[in-house]
Design a binder for this molecule. Structure first.
Ligand SMILES: NC(=O)c1ccc[n+]([C@@H]2O[C@H](COP(=O)([O-])OP(=O)(O)OC[C@H]3O[C@@H](n4cnc5c(N)ncnc54)[C@H](OP(=O)(O)O)[C@@H]3O)[C@@H](O)[C@H]2O)c1
Length: 336
């Protein structure tokens, strides 16, 4: 069954596309992730509206993983359904990614980085989404026990099989990322992109990873750029019932929303207000000011949130004074 959804005619004038590292692929400055809000525990009608709004505004990139849900796998099944019902005929306009690395099924072959696990997981993901190939297949996390050659060899094999067009890394530390990038290049399947956790509140990639990616010509797509919703207007005055921190299935916990963090968010919000932006808009613009960042990978529990985040693109410039004041706030308070 297909719906009568027709994508907006002007969608490719809505946002900038940025080249992913030194590759030929361009990604929208904002991409949508389906970690939360697309599982069987969520309302698919809302998720469908968010996906439509995304595509109508030029967001061509949707990010999944084998284990997204809950239950694990359900986000891929639900996304596959919307693909069939709403986006049939638009496959060549979409960049769809999935990943394997975290626990997905029982036994020794259901997680980490063996060739056995990675290739079986990709087959399962394709089946759940009803796809012949994904655009990007990621190793979701480094595996301390599997030789890097084996994990990277499995990614390269997926490309040679035609089941993935590009490959990526996620959660790799700088040295391991550099080595994996070298191996993939030798295998003839260059690493397209790295997906690290990066936001105003979590700044690890600034300690080496961004330099490695810039030098190697690999793109960067920060995940949780809004720190799971902390860097929005959501928690400025308590924890609302409809927030991730209030839900039992969410990964943000109530105890992470401390008074010190809220004070920090309020100070940041004041700068955002002076820039005529929401806190979320400023937080995304702050990441996109670095041209090594290809795209920011946001989540949204409602289409209105994505619409709000998209307006970050109206003001990406920061004065030196604004940057200094932001830095002072980030340094002076405990991070989340
Ligand atoms: N590679 C990895 O290991 C990894 C790990 C985590 C995530 N990811 C990827 O990154 C994606 C994004 O992660 P994330 O969902 O944590 O990102 P996020 O953008 O930091 O947080 C999204 C949440 O923030 C709130 N929100 C978003 N926009 C808002 C707005 N404009 N105003 C108010 N609240 C807003 C919503 O929270 P409420 O639900 O409370 O409304 C939303 O669910 C995931 O979907 C996934 O694709 C990858």
């Amino acid at each position: 069954m297909t719906t009568n959804y027709l994508p907006a005619a002007g969608r490719y004038q809505a946002l900038p596309y940025r080249r992913c590292g030194q590759s030929g692929l361009k990604l929208p400055a904002i991409s949508l992730g389906l970690w939360h809000n697309f599982g069987d525990v969520d309302a698919l009608a809302t998720g469908r509206q968010t996906l439509r709004l995304a595509f109508d505004h030029g967001i061509t990139h949707f990010d999944l993983a084998n284990n997204y849900g809950p239950p694990p796998g359900s986000a891929e099944i639900n996304f596959g359904r919307v693909l069939r019902e709403d986006f049939a005929g638009y496959r060549d306009e979409l960049i769809i990614s999935t990943k394997a690395g975290y626990n997905m099924w029982e036994g020794p072959y259901g997680e980490w980085g063996s060739r056995k696990y990675l290739l079986a997981s990709l087959d399962q993901s394709l089946k759940r989404m009803g796809l012949e190939y994904v655009d990007i297949f990621y190793h979701h996390r480094p595996d301390p026990d599997t030789p890097l050659e084996e994990s990277m060899g499995a990614l390269a094999h997926a490309v040679r099989q035609g089941k993935a067009l590009y490959v990526g890394l996620s959660n790799y530390e700088p040295d391991r990322a550099r080595e994996a990038i070298r191996l993939l290049r030798e295998m003839g399947t260059p690493c397209l992109i790295h997906q690290p956790k990066y936001s105003m509140l979590v700044r690890d990639p600034e300690a080496g990873l961004l330099d490695v990616l810039g030098t190697e010509g690999v793109g960067c797509i920060p995940f949780s750029p809004l720190a799971q919703g902390l860097l929005t207007n959501k928690y400025l005055h308590g924890i609302p019932d409809d927030s991730r921190a209030a839900k039992s299935t969410g990964f943000l916990q109530r105890d992470q929303v401390t008074p010190a963090v809220v004070a920090q968010l309020q100070s940041l919000n004041e700068i955002a207000r002076q820039r005529s932006q929401s806190l979320a808009q400023m937080a995304l613009a702050w990441l996109l000011k670095d041209n090594r960042v290809t795209s920011v990978l946001v989540g949204a529990s409602r289409p209105e949130q994505l619409a709000d985040s998209l307006r970050s693109l109206d003001n990406l410039a920061f004065s030196p004074d604004e940057l200094a004041r932001i830095e002072q706030i980030l340094q002076s308070q405990p991070a989340a």
